[in-house]
Design a binder for this molecule. Structure first.
Ligand SMILES: C[S@@+](CC[C@H](N)C(=O)[O-])C[C@H]1O[C@@H](n2cnc3c(N)ncnc32)[C@H](O)[C@@H]1O
Length: 253
């Protein structure tokens, strides 16, 4: 049992990313699971509201392992938002399958060796084109990172930073998903990524006079030019967000 720490608006960057995913936009059944919603229902409600801007018929089921948290959330259920007890097996009515599972700040309390099985159990519940977002963030959501998986495996790693309040991008090292947090050591891809990102950030320090956004965009462009499999473009980078292919950061055996 944990304290179930959560906070209003802390998962906004994850939600914005999810709202843009084909898994939400194209599914015939926009059923979303918020796994481990914590001591209050806030972030489940925010998820519903944000995804409904894209898919007005979206529904969110908040699932918690702690029955007390399910009881506490129950009075806040409404059309499109319900709460139930469960875990990585993702219990849903009938043969329903989610288009999206968001598991935010859940696996941080598990051991690294437990991640693969937890991922596999959640992946097995997804719709064929579904997405599992498994990640971590700081208390206020200013530093976040997440892995995106489809039913076949991990696909990408995203780093998300509030550029006005971070000194250098590698602060995200403390908020990496459990699969990577112990891998920020020489010889691992995520270590190389953070080192290169910091190098680029330092190289483009003069741009900070214009804005930290300009500096970050230049740093990410530098990463890409150095051969890193960076996705998306400037519109994304200016938010302080960077997505790379999982293959570049996957833990080495
Ligand atoms: C730190 S809180 C995160 C709350 C919210 N997702 C957020 O990020 O603000 C983690 C929650 O995950 C729940 N949890 C842990 N393991 C779980 C599991 N296997 N299935 C469902 N919930 C779980 C805990 O009870 C706790 O309430």
């Amino acid at each position: 049992m944990t304290r179930g720490t959560t906070g209003v608006n802390r998962l906004r960057r994850m939600d914005r990313w999810l709202a843009a995913q084909p898994a939400l936009r194209r599914t015939a059944d926009p059923l979303i699971v918020d796994l481990g919603y914590g001591a209050a229902h806030w972030t489940s409600l925010e998820l519903l509201e944000r995804l409904r801007r894209v898919r007005p018929e979206a529904r969110v089921v908040g699932i918690e392992i702690d029955p007390e948290r399910v009881r506490a959330a129950a009075p806040f259920a409404r059309e499109g938002l319900s709460f139930r007890q469960g875990g990585f097996e993702i219990p849903l009515d009938g043969d329903a399958r989610p288009a999206i599972i968001r598991a935010a700040n859940v696996l941080r309390q598990y051991d690294e060796g437990e991640v693969a099985e937890a991922w596999a159990r959640m992946q097995a519940r997804l719709q064929p084109a579904g997405v599992l977002l498994e990640g971590t963030c700081s208390e206020l959501g200013r530093v976040a990172s997440w892995v995106a998986l489809d039913p076949d495996g991990p696909r990408t790693l995203t780093l998300a930073l509030h550029l006005g309040s971070v000194e250098h991008p590698s602060v995200v090292a403390e908020r990496l998903p459990k699969a990577l947090i112990h891998r920020n050591v020489p010889g691992e891809g995520v270590h190389d990524l953070l080192r290169e990102l910091d190098t680029q950030w330092a190289r483009h320090a003069p741009l900070a006079t214009f804005s930290p956004r300009q500096r970050f965009i230049a740093a990410v462009r530098g990463l890409r030019d150095a051969g890193w499999p960076v996705r998306d473009g400037v519109a994304r980078w200016r938010l302080g967000e960077l997505t790379v292919d999982w293959s570049a950061v996957a833990p080495r055996p």
